[in-house]
Ligand binder design. Structure first.
Ligand SMILES: Cc1cc2nc3c(=O)[nH]c(=O)nc-3n(C[C@H](O)[C@H](O)[C@H](O)COP(=O)(O)OP(=O)(O)OC[C@H]3O[C@@H](n4cnc5c(N)ncnc54)[C@H](O)[C@@H]3O)c2cc1C
Length: 422
């Protein structure tokens, strides 16, 4: 035995299956110290928007609790702290005589800034922070182009990637872990400790999403079993896996390979293909963020010119947020978002288009509001889609036309949706 101890810093990778950092840390050390940090910056209010709304905060707490339970079930544990990772992690390194720290690299500015601070603090202790890349369907090194040459047009990215790149198999989940003996494993904060009120689930929320790896994998199995029976070219059957994907409770490769297995059993299905295309969009935005960084957060985006804006923006924006625009379906969608944290892709497009082109409100306000409210928020997917819908995204070819009233009819042909969420 080498006596080495590795700290595994969990962030948006709250799972044991298909998790390279856990396996590699176990292989390279005698003991690991699994750690999750509740960073107060994720729960503060900035420019009038909560960084994390109550529904996502609950999902995060559930997901961390599930990871802790999974680690305990195989002989381990999860050390939980609240505070700044750049202060806490070096402290833990000293306290437990850790030799190296592993984590998954993120792509958006705030997340990479925190990694850089941790890296600097560890550097002073002569400890290495090892970066892994494990959030995407395709590994960066398996793409047919370096990041700087990735096509900005989604269709080209898709065509070349599907043709020339491979999707790796999933890593197996460990069966046992050997962890450092910690004196205090800490406690997972409750919603109230993080500054939220008690959560009351809306009875109209038919999906009842619970955070954590086991819940996500169960949901995936149910999606595959129920959707195997559904056939038809025009059938749209979204997976609703995005919240588990955003926190890394389920890996994109796990979804991909589960679908491939299902196709062998049941034959191809149009909606299976749609889910895989969704995963490709997710990869595309993450790689675009790596390539272009902060441009996605700018009002003028890649065009350097924002869409026209109305004078009375703040009152229009308030009505949109509070589901008081007077448009039945738009208000219904906003109510569903406010009460459940989840709306479908076409619903997101509809309220985004309505905000930007009908109300003429600054799209970055809409993106910030989604950031607060969505249960599945992730920076690249949210800001990338918002920039695209507002005509300032990286893929200028993909703007397309959007017929608001036609989409309203598609979403709510019989007015049931509007009456449920009125
Ligand atoms: C304005 C706007 C904001 C959005 N914000 C987010 C966000 O913060 N987080 C998020 O995960 N998705 C976001 N999306 C993308 C998409 O709407 C959701 O991923 C999707 O609705 C989730 O439902 P699903 O899991 O059933 O998707 P499925 O159709 O089953 O797709 C499978 C997975 O692929 C990914 N995916 C699908 N479509 C997209 C897409 N267009 N862009 C990026 N990833 C995609 C998701 O992870 C999804 O779970 C946004 C879209 C718009 C138009």
């Amino acid at each position: 035995m080498n006596g080495k101890k590795i700290l595994v810093w969990f962030r948006n990778d709250l799972r044991l299956h298909d998790n390279e950092i856990v396996l590699e840390a176990l292989a390279k050390s005698e003991e690991i110290l699994p750690v999750y940090v509740f960073d107060p910056r994720h729960y503060e209010t900035v420019n009038g928007f909560q960084k994390t709304g109550q529904i996502r905060a609950r999902f995060i707490i559930e997901s961390v609790a599930a990871l802790k339970a999974s680690l305990e079930a195989i002989g381990g544990n999860l050390l939980v702290r609240s505070g700044y990772p750049e202060e806490l992690i070096p402290g833990l390194v000293r306290e437990y005589e850790i030799n190296e720290v592993y984590h998954h690299r993120e792509v958006a500015a705030e997340e990479t800034r925190i990694s850089a601070r941790v890296e600097d603090a560890l550097w002073k202790l002569k400890i290495n922070l090892k970066h892994f890349i494990g959030h995407t369907l395709y590994n960066k090194e398996d793409l047919p182009f370096p990041i700087k040459d990735i096509p900005d047009a989604f269709n080209q990215f898709k065509k070349k990637t599907e043709r020339d790149a491979v999707i790796k198999p999933c890593f197996e989940a460990p069966e046992r872990v050997s962890v450092v003996q910690a004196s205090d494993w800490g406690t997972i904060p409750e919603l109230q400790t993080l500054g939220y009120q008690d959560f009351v689930r809306d009875e109209r929320d038919a999906f009842n999403m619970t955070g954590g790896e086991a819940a996500g994998l169960t949901y995936l199995r149910k999606f595959i079993d129920s959707s195997a029976a559904v056939q038809g070219k025009n059938k749209v059957l979204p997976s609703r896996m995005s919240a588990w994907l955003a926190l890394g409770c389920v890996s994109p490769r796990k979804i991909y390979w589960s679908i491939k297995q299902a196709e062998q059993r049941f034959g191809a299905r149009n909606h299976f293909n749609q889910v895989i295309i969704g995963l490709l969009w997710r990869d595309y935005f993450r790689f675009m963020f790596k390539k272009h960084g902060n441009t996605y957060f700018k009002k003028g985006g890649f065009k350097n010119e924002a869409p026209p804006e109305a004078r009375n923006q703040s009152s229009l924006f308030k009505k949109w947020k509070q589901a008081q625009t007077g448009h039945g379906v738009i208000d219904a969608i906003m109510n569903e978002l406010n009460f459940t944290g989840f709306i479908s892709h076409s619903a997101r497009q509809l309220v985004a288009v309505y905000l930007v082109y009908e109300l003429k409100v600054d799209w970055t306000l809409g993106a910030s509001y989604f950031e607060e409210k969505l249960i599945d928020y992730c920076p690249a997917s949210n800001w990338g889609n918002w920039a695209g819908m507002s005509g300032v995204g990286s893929d200028q070819k993909n703007k397309g036309s959007f017929d608001l009233e036609k989409e309203v009819k598609n979403i709510d042909p019989e007015g049931l949706y509007a009456s449920t969420w009125s």
